[in-house]
Design a binder for this molecule. Sequence first.
Ligand SMILES: Cc1ncc(COP(=O)(O)O)c(C=O)c1O
Length: 485
Amino acid sequence: MNRKNDQAMMSTEGAFRADLLKPDRSRSEPLYRQIVQRLRDAIEQGLLRPGARVASARTLASELGVARATVELAYGQLAGEGYLLARGQAGTVVSPRLPPRAPARADRGIPRSPPTLAPIGAPPPFQLGIPALDAFPRKLWARLAARRIRATTIADMNYGDPAGYAPLREAIAAYLRVSRGVACSPAQVFVTAGHRASLALVSRALLAPNDQAWVEEPGYPPTREVLRGEGLRVVSVPVDAQGLQVADARRRAPGAKLAVVTPSHQSPLGYSMSMARRLELLAWAQHAKAWIVEDDYDGEYRYAGHPLPALKSLDGQDRVLYAGTFSKVLHPGLALAYLVVPEPLVGRCTQAAGVASNGCPQLAQAIVSDFLQEGHFARHIKKMRLLYARRRTMLATELQRAFGEAVHVELRGGGMHLIARFEGLGSDTAMSRRAQAAGLHCRALSERYAGKQALEGLLMGFTNIASQAEAHRLVAKLRDALVVV
Ligand SMILES: Cc1ncc(COP(=O)(O)O)c(C=O)c1O
């Protein structure tokens, strides 16, 4: 953004002057945190409205007499909190998704709560399953995208392969071989528009209406919904610390033709499926001529030791379809996932993919393919693993500090959320309702069960908590919402 535009931005806001953000150097609080606090206040008080541009980091830094990196840090944090939205070359704006506030006088008291966000847009605090959007390498992404757009050929504008863009399929196969122990050829990889599309493809290619499908209890609700929508009979099977209880499943629905499981990191309890259960499940599938979908949605994120090899890596009998997604390792706005099918199923799945759609947008697939092939993906995952481990500790520490003995925080080997079990604060659904009313998107564990028998707790995403100070602020807000005095 150039200087002229910056000045225009500041003056269009009328009441707002950049010097209101000037940090106080006599205070011990870091300068960037003071800027974060002041900008947040300005937005909450309506001095900066949704959609308004804020000055470039360079300009604001020079007006405030601070380093540009200080302003960039502040902008990064506010973007992570959903107040600001970086739009690359077009500059940074106040998130247009924030509800409008009445303009207020600059000297009005500081409101205590962040805004309630619309469901689509920047992730609200504790939202589950969203990667750290503030840490996504947007500049690099923009460069790769621009390069692809500049090089557009006639062929790029034609219909693509419904099974996916060939170089991306190659890159996924290479990645899975090295990182997840899954040996497959590019022809076995189908690029889809997300987990739901992968499940729909499996159902259409391999199953018949009224076939029974085992799903985990508790589980990921969209899995149940999609399978039901595809005309299957869904059978919920309880999970314990070893994963899906295969013997129980066989009693409940001996003729099932499909099992959908999350072996690396059970959704939402976080357990890894034991080797004994993995082998038991594979033996069942072989014997029953049934299929297993391995939903490996966040298997990359383990904070102790290496990521576990996929169940697919043990599949000597070609019964496992491996479902991965870019929603967790890149971002969900891409709407790209993939399904790896056993070699003998390539023909049926190719046909089903061609009937279902024209495939996914070629441009997005090409950018992801470059991102993988040029080594950025592996680096990004490594960085995110370290970042999430830190952010998880920040949240766990603040919960422990704020609630003391009244909370038990469950941290498993990996994942993007933790489970907090509270004593004496009511049911988890009531707690989740109170938290949501305060703009905090904690979810009730019991809602992940289809049946009545349910464990309780709050599921809390930590990936978008940008700092210890933010963790402190959000947990204090949660305590205010939950603890009725
Ligand atoms: C258990 C589970 N599977 C799969 C997905 C990924 O879904 P998608 O590719 O549709 O974003 C998620 C996302 O939250 C999930 O929690």
